[in-house]
Design a protein around this ligand. Structure first.
Ligand SMILES: [Zn+2]
Length: 315
C-alpha cells in the first residue's frame, strides 16, 4: 500500500539548487516534497517553504502558456458547479464584510471574476457599479448581464488607472505566477484611499506539522499526500500573514487587516475521497468512516485556518 502511495506522490530527495521565494526574494527556501501533476507537461511539482516569510510554493518555473494548458484541461462548468454551495456561502460572507466597509454605490472591480457568481450576488445585494476582470478564454456570459465593464487580458493593462473605489479578488492571488504584479495592478486601478479586499489560502498549523513530517522517513509520504491537497499547478502558493503584508506594503497599501479562518471549498468527505482514499488503496465508499476522525483537523480554525481574509487601503 505504501509503495503505491510513494509511486503516486513521487517522493524524492531535495534538489541541489532551490528557487528563491517569489514573495520576499529570500534565497533560503527549504524543499518539502514533490507531488504529481496531471494537468500540464510538468509531471512533478516541487514544493518549497521560504525560511524568510514562511510562504509555501511550487518552485517549478511554470509560465503562463503552461498555466493555460492546465486550465484548458479543466471542465470549468463542472468545477464551478461542484463548489457552488460553499462558494455562495463564502461570497455572501464577503458581501457582509464589504457592506461594513463601503457604500453600495461604490465603483467595484472584481478581479478573477470566474463564472460571474460573485458579481451576480453583489448585484442582488444592491451594488450598482460593478466591473469584472478575467483572463481571456472564460465564459463571461453571466457577467455581461450585470457588469458595467468587462475587461479581459493577461497583464491587467486594459484596466483604467485611478478609477475604482474597491477591488475584490476571491481566491485569485494563489493562482498567479507574479502575485506582486497583480497587487501592484490593483493599487494602480484604485483611487486614493481605495479598498482592496481578498481571500487567499495561507499556511496553517496542520500544514506546518505536515512539513515536519515530510522530512521524516516513514512519515514523509503522509506529509506529501497532505501537500497534494494544498498546492498544485492551480494553487501555486500558500501565503502567510507576513508574506501578504509584504506584498501589500510594497504596492503602497496601509491599514492592512488580515483575519485567518477555516474556509473549505468542499465537504470534508470529498477532500478525504479525493486526496486520501485512492492513494492509500482503500475504496472511495469508505471515506465517511474517516470524516469524524479527520474533521477536527481539516475543518477547525485551530488546526486549519486555511484562508486569509484581507483588507487594506491605498495610501
Ligand atoms: Zn519568502
Amino acid at each position: 500500500m505504501l509503495r503505491e502511495l510513494g509511486k503516486t506522490l513521487r517522493i524524492r530527495q531535495q534538489p541541489e539548487t532551490t528557487p528563491s521565494c517569489r514573495v520576499c526574494n529570500a534565497a533560503g527556501t527549504r524543499f518539502l516534497c514533490d507531488v504529481q501533476n496531471e494537468h500540464s507537461e510538468t509531471n512533478s511539482l516541487q514544493n518549497y517553504r521560504c525560511q524568510g516569510c514562511g510562504s509555501v510554493f511550487v518552485g517549478n518555473p511554470v509560465d503562463s502558456d503552461e498555466l493555460g494548458i492546465a486550465y484548458g484541461s479543466m471542465d470549468a462548468d463542472r468545477y464551478f458547479d461542484e463548489i457552488e454551495i460553499e462558494n455562495k456561502r463564502k461570497m455572501r460572507g464577503a458581501i457582509e464584510r464589504l457592506d461594513a466597509l463601503v457604500s453600495r454605490s461604490a465603483r467595484l472591480l472584481d478581479v478573477g471574476a470566474g463564472n460571474g457568481q460573485f458579481i451576480e450576488l453583489l448585484d442582488e445585494a444592491g451594488y450598482s457599479d460593478l466591473s469584472a476582470h478575467e483572463i481571456p478564454g472564460g465564459n463571461l456570459s453571466k457577467i455581461g448581464a450585470v457588469a458595467c465593464e468587462v475587461y479581459e487580458d493577461f497583464d491587467y493593462s486594459l484596466l483604467p488607472s485611478n478609477t475604482f473605489d474597491v477591488v475584490t479578488l476571491l481566491d485569485v492571488v494563489e493562482h498567479v505566477i507574479e502575485p506582486q504584479s497583480l497587487v501592484d495592478a490593483c493599487a494602480r486601478v484604485l483611487k486614493p484611499d481605495g479598498l482592496i479586499y481578498f481571500h487567499t489560502p495561507v499556511v496553517t498549523r496542520i500544514d506546518r506539522l505536515m512539513h515536519h513530517m515530510q522530512a521524516l522517513p516513514g512519515l514523509r509520504k503522509v506529509g506529501a499526500m497532505w501537500q497534494r491537497g494544498r498546492t498544485s499547478i492551480f494553487h501555486l502558493e500558500n501565503y502567510t500573514p507576513g508574506s501578504l503584508t509584504l506584498i501589500l506594503e510594497r504596492a503602497g497599501f496601509r491599514d492592512i487587516e488580515i483575519e485567518t479562518k477555516n474556509e473549505l471549498s468542499w465537504p470534508v468527505e470529498r477532500y478525504i475521497r479525493t486526496y486520501m482514499m485512492r492513494q492509500i488503496g482503500l475504496p472511495a465508499a469508505m471515506a465517511p468512516v474517516f470524516v469524524p476522525i479527520l474533521s477536527p483537523l481539516i475543518s477547525t480554525n485551530f488546526f486549519n485556518a486555511n484562508k486569509a481574509i484581507v483588507q487594506a487601503r491605498l495610501a
